[in-house]
Design a protein around this ligand. Structure first.
Ligand code: SF4
Length: 356
């Protein structure tokens, strides 16, 4: 049987687990294609305009699986909460209902509920619900498959923490490989890019922001690089508590990087019309002023043009370069005044600043 998984939303968080789990139980896992303009248009045509871009994209991917990939079932879990009283937004929680209501076609929709706030339900209940309609009821087999899934997921997390790119980490995890980066290239400017995985790692949505920044001489840091403890520290830095499930990768990561001296600036990428993000961005904006960390907020929807996006990135990085140059020359001035005045040493140090 071919299980279709839409390349959207929680795919960006849990795909290695799902792939390992379903494959071990003997199913073929089929992914929808990469996001394209036609996938976005097809999804947008079926939902109300106010719906956020990631959900429109999700609907487009379900259509892609049904129309082009000949799958036997679509896997769309309803992920209510990922920890006790830490909830997903209503659109993610009600995703299976949305899909059933907007796609008027006869197909098998697998829609288990994961709700860590429900003390009567365990993770295994969720897994059993995931395969019940596919005819699998052997609890021991489900536990074994879950172990395979966790192994792939942990390997993926380990690789991405070390700085391996999302695409590569995903590919290696599926192939059962582990590759850890020991050394990373240094760049003159370091920027934290704060966004949900589904906005950041979908090349169509993010317009390849990470590689665009690299080309501008900027090294990027994302929430994927942080441990949960570091993101909790980020919440403390921004004097708030976690409520939304995907707030770790937003508020948690932003709070951590804003207090990191190594980071020169922060860029956020959020979907137009996202309720939770608008609240989080407001807090980040306030604290960026408090910590003196330059912040650029970018909002995306299906009409966002690449040219405007690039212009804003260039203007922001330009400002970061100027700021860094100025800070460096000022600190050298201070150093030379207080210590020695050797012209040669002084010139060398200024050269470093000019290169930046
Ligand atoms: S958190 Fe925001 S962007 Fe993500 S699905 Fe919900 S409304 Fe959309």
């Amino acid at each position: 049987m071919r299980i279709g998984i839409p390349r959207a939303l929680s795919f960006y968080n849990y795909y290695p687990f799902w792939h390992g789990f379903f494959t071990n139980l003997g199913f073929e896992v089929v992914l929808s294609g990469k996001t394209t303009k036609s996938i976005v248009s097809a999804g947008s045509a079926l939902v109300v305009t106010e719906t956020c871009l990631p959900v429109k994209i999700y609907v487009g991917h379900v259509l892609d699986l049904l129309q082009n990939k000949k799958v036997d079932a679509i896997y769309t879990p309803s992920i209510q909460s990922i920890d006790y009283k830490i909830y997903n937004c209503s659109k993610i929680r009600g995703l299976p209902d949305l899909i059933r209501n907007v796609i008027k076609q006869d197909f098998l929709l697998i829609e288990p509920t994961l709700d860590k706030s429900d003390k009567d339900k365990t993770f295994y209940d969720y897994l059993e619900e995931s395969v019940k309609d596919l005819g699998v009821t052997d609890k021991e087999a489900i536990k074994r498959a879950s172990k395979v899934g966790w192994k792939a997921q942990n390997n993926f997390n380990m690789m991405i923490h070390s700085g391996v790119s999302f695409e590569k980490a995903l590919r290696y995890a599926i192939e059962g490989k582990v590759v850890i980066l020991k050394e990373e290239e240094e760049y003159p400017i370091n920027v934290a890019v704060i966004a949900h995985g589904y906005n950041l790692h979908d090349d169509h949505s993010s317009m390849k922001i990470l590689s665009k920044l690299n080309k501008l001489g900027v090294k990027t840091y994302t929430a994927d690089r942080l441990t949960q403890e570091e993101m909790k520290e980020g919440f403390r830095n921004l004097e708030t508590d976690i409520y939304w499930a995907n707030e770790y990768e937003m508020t948690g990561a932003a709070g951590y990087y804003m207090k990191d001296d190594h980071i020169d600036g922060v860029i956020t990428v959020t979907a137009f019309g996202c309720g939770p993000d608008s609240i989080m961005i407001e807090r980040m904006t306030r604290f960026s002023k408090k910590f003196g960390k330059p912040l650029l907020n970018l909002t995306i929807d299906e009409h966002t043009g690449e040219a405007g996006f690039i212009t804003r990135l260039e203007a922001f990085t330009d400002m970061l370069f100027r700021k860094k140059r100025l800070n460096l020359t000022q600190s050298f001035d201070k150093e030379f005044k207080s210590k020695d005045n050797k012209q040669e040493k002084k010139t060398n140090k200024y050269k470093i600043a000019i290169n930046i």
